[in-house]
Design a protein around this ligand. Sequence first.
Ligand code: HEM
Length: 494
Amino acid sequence: MFFIILLFIFIVLFYNYFWKRRNFPPGPPPLPLLGNVLEFDHQEADYKTFKKWKEKYGDIYTFWASEKPFIVLCDYQLLQDTLVKDGETYSGRICVGEFNPHVRGGEFGVVFIDGDLWKEHRRFAIQVFRNFGMGKNVMEEKIQLELGYFFEDIETSLSRGENIQNLIPKIEITVASIINQLLFGFAYHEKAEVEKFTKIKETINKHMQIATYPGTLFAMHYPKIAPYLPILKDRYHGFINGYKIITEYCKEQISAHKAKRSTDAEPNDYVDAYLREAELKGNDSTFTEVQLINALYDIFIAGQETTANTIIFSVIYALNYPEKLNKLYHELDKVIGSDRRITLADRNSLPYCNAFIFEVQRLVNLLPQNLPHKLTKDVEIRGYKIPKNTVILPQISSVLYDEKAFPNPETFIPERFLDSEGQPKRIDEFIPFSLGKRQCLGESLAKMELYLIIANFFNQYKLEPENGSPPSMKKVPGVTVQPHPFKCSLKKRY
Ligand code: HEM
């Protein structure tokens, strides 16, 4: 008996530490069944573990999430040679365990699907956004309009003598109104809508945090038994509830559109455009209602979390680096010199402001892990033969914090994006939107929002920390990182 147990242990260890890893790039030794998930720091947004592994194993290595190997690519040139030069091969996606079949009802949405369905719906989303002005003047007008409401909100508080303000909800609602208009055709201006949004936003924040807990990953791998197990059952219900509340909101919007829709009118938003496409394509198409609900869930979350949190961190970094904030004020005074609205036409005259925004994006490192891709065919990377369907993680954090490209990477230094004449300097490794065919779908909208909101906000207001101590720069972990709550003092500059 003792011999059998010993043999069993030997086989498990041999399989786990040698056999299953034999063809993959070397990486940290995984525990049986758990893999390396316990090595991640779940208290803080974790790119440090990736950094440590990169230092030890190089630009390509393997870690294990439970029994699944993740091949991590963490060098800019390697990402170019793979994701960009051989884009199609790296365009697959994996979803967390059984999330798609168990929660979404199948392979639906835009972010966690692949193949022809993903191509068709990604193309459709980009086309619709272009038609509604993404990257053009029409979109600028929409953003400027929402900025007006943002400033009005701040000034109402100022007029009540509230010089110390919590900017987080104000920024969140501004960004959410922009994406909501694109998707559903209305912004959150009325009190009832604001209250509704506030509830949904709380759900999204929690949903994004729970998504990265190891217990949730486990629950999504074993969704049939998770609801009956301690700890896992809370993760399971917490995560699924978030999905239900957000998709319920999307369903309400679809019903409202169907009720007041005229087939002759030009589409006014994504839902209109989708319903029209579904009619044109007929019953056999992939333009089904369940696909619409899931695409909306994906884009609604991706379109607000990311941009709002980046803008909030621009305030946090400005308060922590007052000398950089003063440089920004100096440029705004010199180039703009009044409280007039800054527009896209001013962009080339504001190199420091642009560099400031780039550095915020680099340092905030919004998706510390990035989303995993999947190989659509067998490939050879740096001599390793990797089979089709293997998970590939383009680890953009390791590139954004690469000491060679960004010396002193943990410090906020906007000047790194400027040459000795103070003019813009391109750094190829600046890839916050990732690379290749899965590159962020909302990149041009996000860039426009970041520039217009950040430039105008700092032009209007002088900021100081509450009680002289700047807010924490620590990040609440999640798929996208979130800020810790803070308040700051605001004064009008004009
Ligand atoms: C500061 C703002 C943003 C950042 C840093 C950001 C970053 C990213 C990253 C890193 C990815 C994953 C790329 C990969 O798989 O390699 C991604 C995907 C995606 N983003 Fe963004 N994003 C931002 C804003 C937006 C906005 C405003 C939208 C919506 C309009 C959006 C929609 C999406 C979608 C739908 C995907 C999935 C694309 C696909 O799988 O084909 N993002 N984004």
